[in-house]
Design a protein around this ligand. Structure first.
Ligand SMILES: NC(=O)c1ccc[n+]([C@@H]2O[C@H](COP(=O)([O-])OP(=O)(O)OC[C@H]3O[C@@H](n4cnc5c(N)ncnc54)[C@H](OP(=O)(O)O)[C@@H]3O)[C@@H](O)[C@H]2O)c1
Length: 265
């Protein structure tokens, strides 16, 4: 049960002001979930939550904060406590790509990147799981990436590493919480149309890639919704992404790394 007067379930979505998070918020609202949206752009969250409440007759709440700061998860959890909200579905989605090579960025940038991509999702899982276990229901969807399985390449150094860690973390959480009836899943999208490649400055490099390699944020959101109700630890959305994942498993790492190197050149 959520904290709202009617008994609608509540989904908490980080990174809900754009891309996959925005599509997830639209989808869950259309399925009559109350939504709690988190991101930094307060004006976007304010107008978006207003639109969602009006269109879908649900409660849409938001909290603007920078989840790359170590104190932010606690501020967010306090908001939930103050508003007496119980989260039924947690979606750790906020993220971005830090494209330059490792030493071409400051440690401060890398540290806040890790906070956003790993520490914050882990802390939110840690805080919200006990109530879900007690209730005997609840879902956690961690938005990882196909990059977490791809062979290593230069640049984006901690991106793939953080996504690989998020996948492993989710797989363990899934096993630990299976007996409590919880659904815990890492969703691993491939290339997805969103603001992601504008934010990390890679749009020009990628715009000539064939269209079949891309999914829309709506397609990924649909896949996440299904995955959140399935009993699986990992879900890869889309046939092309599944094929790439399988190919990578079959090829010796030496070969797949060479292919990736050639693509980088
Ligand atoms: N697009 C892809 O090709 C792709 C592929 C695989 C996986 N993913 C993953 O999918 C997730 C969503 O990405 P997207 O493609 O939807 O990108 P996006 O359109 O750029 O959206 C990213 C969201 O994260 C929020 N965000 C970024 N930094 C934040 C911070 N410090 N604190 C709070 N919120 C923050 C942004 O909101 P504000 O700017 O308002 O804070 C925005 O709502 C990410 O975890 C990404 O790694 C994306």
């Amino acid at each position: 049960m959520s904290g709202s007067e009617e008994t609608r379930p509540l989904v908490l979505i980080t990174g809900a002001s754009a891309g996959i998070g925005e599509a997830l918020a639209q989808l869950y609202a259309s399925k009559k979930y109350d939504v709690f949206l988190v991101a930094r752009r307060e004006e976007k969250l304010a107008s978006f939550s207003k639109q969602l409440s009006k269109t879908h007759s649900i409660n849409a709440m938001y909290f603007a904060c920078d989840l790359s700061k170590p104190e932010s998860p606690n501020l967010l959890l306090n908001q939930l406590r103050d508003r007496k909200l119980h989260v039924d579905v947690l979606i750790n989605n906020a993220g971005f790509g830090l494209a330059p090579e490792f030493t071409n960025t400051s440690w401060a940038e890398q540290a806040s990147f890790l906070q956003l991509m790993l520490n914050t999702p882990c802390e939110l899982c840690h805080a919200l799981l006990p109530a879900m276990r007690k209730q005997g229901h609840g879902s956690i969807i961690n938005i990882a990436s196909l990059a977490g399985y791809a062979p290593p390449g230069p640049g984006h150094t901690l991106y793939a590493a953080s996504k690989a860690a998020l996948i492993k973390f989710t797989q363990s959480l899934y096993l630990e919480n299976k007996k409590y009836g919880l659904n815990i899943v890492a969703v691993c999208p491939g290339l997805t149309y969103s603001e992601f490649h504008d934010v990390n400055g890679q749009r020009d490099k990628l715009q000539n890639l064939p269209k079949f390699l891309w999914q829309t944020s709506d397609q990924v959101a649909q896949a996440c919704f299904k995955a959140g109700n399935s009993k699986r630890a990992v879900h890869i959305p889309g046939l092309v992404n599944k094929a790439l994942y399988t190919l990578n498993k079959l090829l010796p790492q030496r070969v797949s790394t060479q292919i990736l190197k050639a693509r980088h050149r």
